[in-house]
Design a protein around this ligand. Structure first.
Ligand code: 5GP
Ligand code: ZN
Length: 115
């Protein structure tokens, strides 16, 4: 795990080695502001444990994934009362650029159709 932690951008952010604007954290997940926001509210909700993508999730990760989505939903309700969007990009063609599972929480303006 040490090597992953050293080389993964989000593991380094979670460990505090790279600064971020954190809005929530608990024993399993951390939420911080996206450095290049696509909406007035744009948070990334990530598991503390390194999981490369949603494609790597197994049955043993059910509770963690449920918690991740629940936290993202609670943060959505708190920060975007008019509604919000959760997005998980998976793999290169899915637009994933950081190989540590993350849920994008976006809102604070009228969002358009998915493209
Ligand atoms: P992906 O394209 O993998 O779904 O999303 C990765 C997200 O991470 C992008 O929206 C990008 O702006 C964000 N990001 C990349 N580098 C950093 C960083 O150093 N700090 C923060 N807070 N966000 C980052
Ligand atoms: Zn990682």
């Amino acid at each position: 795990m040490g090597a992953i932690s050293d080389h993964c951008l989000f593991c380094r952010i979670i460990a505090g080695g790279i600064p971020s604007r954190r809005s929530y954290e608990d024993d399993r997940v951390v939420a911080f502001a996206d450095i290049k926001p696509a909406a007035p509210v744009h948070l990334l909700v990530v598991p503390r444990r390194h999981l490369a993508s949603l494609a790597d999730v197994t049955d043993g990760d059910r509770d963690l994934i449920a918690h991740l989505v629940l936290v993202a939903s609670r943060l959505g309700q708190a920060t975007c009362p008019g509604g919000w969007r959760l997005v998980v990009n998976v793999g290169q063609e899915g637009g994933q650029t950081v190989d540590h599972l993350h849920v994008h929480l976006m809102g604070g303006r009228q969002l358009g159709a998915l493209g």
